[in-house]
Ligand binder design. Structure first.
Ligand code: SME
Length: 177
């Protein structure tokens, strides 16, 4: 009996050792892989809408966010681009909402609680937290923003900002903005 118990314990030990890396994948690990997936997904492509649509689809499928998509700069407003999630606002003025503010300031904005962000535009009542990352053209101007919404509070932090900025830079470069 003692021998059987030992074998069972050993089996459990090996299970824990081998499964540990799968369960303990950190957010950084997941993003590092995701960034490489984005790079290889759009490598060699030039279809702007196709690139944005597929990147939104990949990010959404991997991260299971509520809304993931792009708004594109057109004159003094942002226009809805490819996205995954519920229907969204068609246009956003410069300086308005999280997206318009990220565009105007040219910086990533992390919003832990959308109700605390003055002027937040509630395209979906279910959205509780948000991150918006600008995409820059070769001239340094903002050409689009990547907007991600979560139905949970405080979903996004500096890690999301850092990696989504990498994604934004890869997409911008591939499109040739
Ligand atoms: N919440 C955004 C508007 C876009 S939707 O979330 C898709 C904002 O305040 O700019």
């Amino acid at each position: 009996m003692a021998g059987a118990g030992t074998a069972a314990n050993r089996h459990q030990f090996y299970q824990i050792i081998f499964l540990f890396p799968i369960f303990m994948q950190t957010k950084q690990d997941h993003y590092a892989l995701l960034v490489e997936q984005v790079r290889s997904l759009i490598s060699g492509e030039s279809n702007r809408i196709g690139i944005l649509a597929n990147v939104a689809a990949l990010l959404s499928a991997e991260m299971k966010w509520w809304w993931t998509g792009f708004y594109l700069v057109n004159g003094e407003r942002l226009e809805l681009g490819p996205f995954q999630g519920p229907v969204a606002c068609f246009t956003i003025k410069k300086g308005r909402g999280v997206c318009g503010t990220a565009w105007e300031r040219g910086v990533t904005i992390v919003v832990p609680d959308v109700e605390q962000f003055p002027g937040h535009i509630a395209c979906s009542a279910a959205s509780r937290s948000e991150i918006v990352v600008p995409l820059f053209g070769a001239d340094g101007q903002v050409v689009a923003v990547l907007d991600v919404d979560s139905e949970h509070l405080s979903t996004f932090d500096d890690t999301d900002a850092r990696y989504l900025e990498q994604v934004a830079a890869i997409v911008s470069a591939q499109i040739g903005w």
